[in-house]
Design a protein around this ligand. Structure first.
Ligand SMILES: [Zn+2]
Length: 298
């Protein structure tokens, strides 16, 4: 049975499909606007049901992460589009592995990817943000480039429903997440400001079944900024102006949720990349400097 919620206004249908009844990773939610499906990360059996019940001629992929793209193969007739910056890791498994920092094809990582029956997808068209897709129902899907989580991470504003599909701007359990090589904290912060300026009536996430009202959406965006600042402070705590601290020592600090020091492969690589992204941000903003022996406060 498909777990779905109708968020339409009676005239403009809007179906929110919840990943296999459990929207948490490794499944991701999809949104159907007319014949346009946003993301394809629900269980394949549910995707098959959707493809039988609905005519889907276009799939907009929010970003390259496996939990959002693995169901594309269930819609062979649909035109698949994604942001130009996220195209390569979707069409090339090697590029995906590279962005996850898995230079060596670690067995655990391969097992994890096999779980998704992941295939390299064909992308027929790319977007850069700002484009508007028109559905036959009279609705419009405005593509919003919202980088940070990935370089091409995109959100979708559905008009006239005034619903913003924020994808992985917030990942329950992790909060703001930037654990791949193309993620960026400065972009993440800019994205929160930009999404706030849209002032959407309601918002949805890929890994939550909650429908956020406008004040909750704004609260969440503020929380993202607060959490990133808090993690920056934790990372800088103990750094000195004269005695460099090595990356290994910095990695042992409790900075990320649940103290991911206990993270196992392949996720431990993502944790290290997230810490590196913080350090890159602190360097960019002049708070720390990198030396051959480690990191120093400025
Ligand atoms: Zn993601």
């Amino acid at each position: 049975m498909i777990n779905r919620e109708d968020l339409g206004d009676g005239t403009h249908p809007l179906l929110f499909f919840l990943g296999d009844g459990d929207e948490k990773h490794p499944r991701a939610n999809s949104l159907l606007v007319g014949e346009i499906l946003i993301d394809a990360g629900i269980t394949p059996s549910v995707m098959q049901e959707i493809s039988k019940e609905h005519t889907i001629n276009k799939i907009l992929l929010s970003h390259w992460h496996e939990d959002h793209v693995s169901g594309v193969r269930c819609f062979p007739g649909a035109q698949v589009e994604c942001h130009v910056l996220d195209k390569h890791p979707i069409i090339s498994f090697n590029d995906m592995v590279e962005l996850y920092g898995q230079e060596i094809l670690h067995d655990d990582f391969l097992t994890y990817m096999k779980y998704y029956h992941l295939q390299e997808s064909t992308i027929e068209k790319t977007f850069t943000g700002g484009e508007i897709k028109h559905a036959s129902t009279g609705q419009q899907v405005k593509i919003i480039h919202a980088p940070g989580h990935s370089a091409g991470h995109s959100c979708f504003h559905v008009i006239p429903n005034d619903i913003l599909f924020m994808i992985d701007t917030w990942v329950p359990g992790l909060g703001p997440w930037y654990g791949a090589r193309d993620a960026s904290i400065s972009s993440y912060l800019e994205t929160t400001r930009m999404l706030r300026s849209l002032d959407a009536d309601r918002a949805l996430l890929s890994h939550s079944n909650k429908i956020l009202e406008n004040d909750e959406l704004n609260g969440l965006l503020d929380e993202i900024v607060r959490i990133i600042q808090d993690r920056n402070s934790r990372l800088m705590n103990g750094l000195k102006e004269t005695m460099p601290m090595s990356l290994d020592a910095i990695r042992r600090k409790p900075v990320l949720p649940g103290d991911m020091a206990s993270f196992e492969e392949p996720f431990n690589k993502s944790r290290t990349i997230a810490i590196r992204n913080h350090l890159a941000f602190l360097e960019e903003t002049g708070k720390i400097i990198s030396t051959p022996r480690g990191f120093l406060l400025t």
